[in-house]
Design a protein around this ligand. Structure first.
Ligand SMILES: NC(=O)NCCC(=O)O
Length: 384
């Protein structure tokens, strides 16, 4: 069964002969990353609260004219705590508690920017297409209970927090959106970024609940670097990644919720390719576990009615602008991945590869302007 494989790296470690392992890993994952020393207090907490804790470092060369810009980023993946039949408040509060514990560990590890998985305050109930009770999980991005809770944590730990929630925008027609709220380390809400691309595939019936986002490709200038948030399905759209780079993002987070049968072979490729193509760091985070719902649902794909979404496979990982990546977190367990990164690596890779200089945005802009016109004729050259 797919859910029984913990992660690919463990299998490599087990079966590749030791004398070939380093080369195999270099070919698959790029330059070997430094293992981060995790404080004993964080390790104890992770063991006690039963979550995986891993840490890696991306180093850059020492420059003569700039100081190193070393920061720590945390990525948290988790399963839901209560069954989906529990009262909404109880489900949310249990998740608040769980994330509180894991955030504590992130703080002990000196994390400066922390990101959770997509719609972390709830089960990924959009498969059901039921409006009730799930819409009740929606809350204000500016002053909902989750944002208020995280503002306190952000201040306490001097940490920027990226919180992906189901938003209810009371000021604008009470509509729902799939939104990442960025909370500054001062505790203020820096802003929000909505999901640009909404899936219409498999059981991802999200378009029943909310529309494509209207916030474009905002980049948030934080004390620890410039960040963008490309929510889940947006990772399949290379231009979506590109625009965060064009706007100056140094780290792009990809909070996700996706299942093994649909996307697992894409997962290690997409965020990693984006880091290479756009010369920035990417942080891909996926939830874990299997979530069951009371009523059966179908999605018009010929599959018999069912009550679960399938296995959310975790496997969160981070990639550097040079294409080197961390091993993945577990496919089945809650986990916190801590990465130390010197942001100076971005310019160093950019100077070396010149992808920004050679990307020909002007040519694409002209061609896209033509391609979206109703009378556009693609320049296909045929033999006469
Ligand atoms: N949450 C979400 O957008 N999932 C869609 C499936 C995928 O992109 O793998």
């Amino acid at each position: 069964m797919a859910g029984q494989v913990e992660n690919v790296e463990q299998i490599l470690d087990k079966y590749i002969p030791p004398e070939e392992l380093a080369t195999v890993k270099r070919l698959l994952y790029g330059k070997e990353l430094r293992k981060l020393e995790i404080p004993a207090s964080a390790q104890v907490l992770a063991k006690e609260k039963d979550f995986e804790l891993q840490g890696y470092g991306f180093d850059a060369k020492l420059e003569s004219t700039r100081s190193p810009r070393v920061i720590r980023v945390g990525a948290i993946q988790n399963r839901i705590v209560e069954p989906t039949s529990a009262p909404i408040q109880e489900q949310r509060e249990a998740l608040h508690k769980r994330i509180g514990e894991m955030t504590e560990a992130a703080a002990l590890c000196g994390v400066n920017i922390l990101c959770f998985q997509e719609a972390w305050t709830m089960p990924f109930a959009f498969c059901t297409r039921e409006k009730f009770p799930w819409c009740q999980f929606a809350e204000s991005a500016e002053d909902g209970p989750t944002t208020k809770l995280l503002q306190g944590m952000a201040r306490e730990h001097n940490m920027v927090i990226i919180s992906s929630i189901l938003e209810r925008d009371e000021l604008h027609g009470d509509v729902l959106a799939n939104t990442a709220v960025v909370i500054s380390n001062t505790g203020t809400v820096l802003g929000k970024s909505r999901k640009n691309h909404i899936p219409r595939t498999a059981d991802f019936n999200e378009s029943t609940y909310y529309m494509e986002g209207d916030t474009g490709h905002r980049v948030f200038q934080t004390q620890f670097g410039k960040i963008g948030i490309n929510i889940c399905y947006g990772r399949h759209h290379p231009l979506n990644w590109t625009m965060y780079g064009v706007n100056g993002a140094e780290i792009v987070f990809n909070p996700s919720a996706t299942v093994a049968t649909l996307s697992e072979s894409f997962w290690p490729i997409e965020a990693r390719c984006a880091a290479i193509a756009n010369t920035y760091f990417t942080v891909a985070i996926n939830r874990v576990g299997t979530e069951y719902f009371e009523n059966e649902f179908t999605s018009g794909d010929g599959k018999p009615a069912h009550k679960d979404f399938g296995h959310f496979y975790g496997s969160s990982y981070v990639t550097g602008p040079d294409g080197s990546r961390t091993p993945a977190l577990s496919r089945t367990r809650d986990g916190l991945l801590v990465t130390e990164m010197d942001l100076n690596l971005i310019r160093q890779v950019n100077d070396n590869w010149n992808f920004r200089m050679t990307q020909r945005l002007d040519m694409y802009a002209k061609e896209f302007t033509e391609a979206v016109k109703p009378d556009y004729k693609p320049p296909v050259v045929k033999e006469k």
